[in-house]
Write a protein that binds this ligand. Structure first.
Ligand code: SAM
Length: 233
């Protein structure tokens, strides 16, 4: 079989952040596998792409799970019939703190001859690093921190680490996170990258105390999407 399975990066806010190649491939494939078809249709409509969309099972296909349900069966059938598919997520690069990796593994295992091809695009972690002004030669990406078990241990590790730590955070937890950084990493430098590529894009930096103070005073800014960078410098 010479068909292909593309993993395509899509915008993290600004719909213009998509490559020519991604637009071409999304237009050429037989099916676009989406996290949420409504979100992806916004993007496809902007570029006048008419390809059929199909939502892939993100919930019951977590790493470690090995469930094959009817949606996965359908996807495998399409690949088995020689169709070209593209996988996207709601924003950024699929499988990076997003579902999709189990599906990619399944495709590779079931059809070793099918080429799995990256069509690179934006990712919030890389965008945040690129404008942080920090030394990004090395970093540890932690994805989303666990909500409960292991959370405090991670903050202790971040506090003790000599390596730049980067993670994703929700507006619901950002204040708690800054409080933990104040407790366990008080002397580190924190950079918050908020709403990247969007109208209210913002960078806030300082010690954990300074950044916590900023978001406590400016509670209207405790919204949107956040990348947190914690630097030993
Ligand atoms: N796959 C995506 C990527 O490649 O960046 C990440 C998906 S993850 C489910 C979503 C998280 O990424 C958000 O909660 C936020 O922490 C971060 N994120 C996504 N878009 C962002 C943006 N425009 N600005 C800041 N952070 C963003």
């Amino acid at each position: 079989m010479s068909n292909k399975f593309y993993v395509v990066g899509t915008p993290i806010g600004n719909l213009e952040d998509i490559t020519y190649r991604a637009v071409r491939i999304l237009g050429e494939v037989d099916l676009v596998l989406c996290e949420d078809t409504r979100v992806t249709k916004n993007l496809l409509n902007k570029y006048d792409i008419k390809t059929t969309t199909f939502s892939y099972p993100s919930d019951n296909l977590k790493p470690g799970a090995d469930k094959i349900n009817s949606k996965v069966e359908y996807i495998l059938k399409m690949v088995g019939e020689g169709k070209n598919l593209a996988l996207v997520s709601d924003a950024g690069t699929p499988t990076i703190s997003d579902p999709g990796s189990v599906l990619v593994a399944k495709i590779k295992e079931t059809f070793p001859e099918v080429e799995v091809i990256a069509v690179p695009g934006p990712s919030a972690v890389i965008s945040a690093l690129s404008i942080s002004g920090l030394n990004t030669a090395e970093f540890t990406f932690l994805g989303f921190l666990p909500h409960k078990k292991g959370r405090e241990t991670l903050f202790k590790e971040i506090g003790a680490s000599e390596r730049l730590a980067v993670f994703y955070e929700s507006p619901h937890r950002i204040i708690k996170t800054l409080e933990s950084l104040l407790k366990f990493a008080p002397n580190k430098k924190v950079v918050i990258a908020r709403e990247l590529t969007k109208v209210f894009e913002q960078i806030v930096h300082g010690t954990p105390a300074e950044v916590l103070q900023y978001f406590t005073v400016n509670s209207d800014k405790v919204r949107g999407e956040f990348v947190v960078l914690v630097s030993p410098e």
